[in-house]
Design a protein around this ligand. Structure first.
Ligand SMILES: O=C([C@H](O)CO)[C@H](O)[C@H](O)COP(=O)(O)O
Length: 186
């Protein structure tokens, strides 16, 4: 198959995952984002790349957003929100981050394939994406030709872009006002 044929298959897969994500839980997630004093974003591997992109857009909107593990990321307290992206919901470092967040009274939002996972059990809101899971027993019903967690990782990145659009509506922001905060020392 050529690249265009594969592209159509991938888009078809995304067309199954993205429109089935829960609306009410997404509204709850947006409320948590709007009310947090500081937002801490965590993920490992390719989920880590996805959540870094989300942290950047939040920064563009004026939120105090941080990537967990970066040198200049401060402590989390009861005014904070931890956003975790984890297909399995059981990656050890991320379980530890969620435990710490709950210990200090912070909120936790999880994007995952497995709503029964250890992090899901601690989370205030769990966003389930149905996709194959290479790292846990629970796999979503939606099938993929892509390797490992690719469909989940693409879906979570695009899902977080839908959250950004919802936040832009609520805060009356547009691309120009956000670009004003983009790094000018690149
Ligand atoms: O990078 C990943 C791997 O490529 C799976 O497709 C995962 O995102 C990484 O291993 C983290 O795992 P999860 O916490 O289960 O997302």
């Amino acid at each position: 198959m050529n690249n265009q044929e594969y592209a159509k298959i991938i888009l078809n897969e995304l067309n199954q995952t993205l429109p089935t994500i829960d609306i009410e839980k997404s509204n709850q997630f947006v409320d948590l984002l709007l009310h947090a004093k500081e937002i801490f974003c965590a993920g490992a591997g390719r989920s880590g790349f996805a959540v870094r992109g989300f942290a950047m857009r939040l920064m563009h909107m004026g939120f105090n957003s941080y990537v967990v593990g970066e040198t200049c990321t401060p402590n989390i307290d009861d005014t904070g929100l931890l956003v975790v992206c984890s297909g399995s919901g059981s990656t050890k470092s991320l379980v530890n981050h969620a435990q710490k967040a709950k210990e200090v009274g912070a909120k936790v939002a999880l994007i995952t394939i497995d709503p029964e996972s250890p992090i899901a059990k601690m989370a205030d809101v769990v966003i389930e994406i149905s996709a194959p899971s290479p790292k846990s027993a629970k796999a979503g019903e939606i099938q993929s030709i892509q390797p490992m967690g690719s469909l989940f990782e693409q879906s979570e990145a695009l899902y977080m872009d839908t959250l950004i659009l919802m936040l832009m509506d609520k805060k009356h922001m547009n691309s120009d006002t956000m670009f004003g905060r983009h790094a000018n020392m690149e």
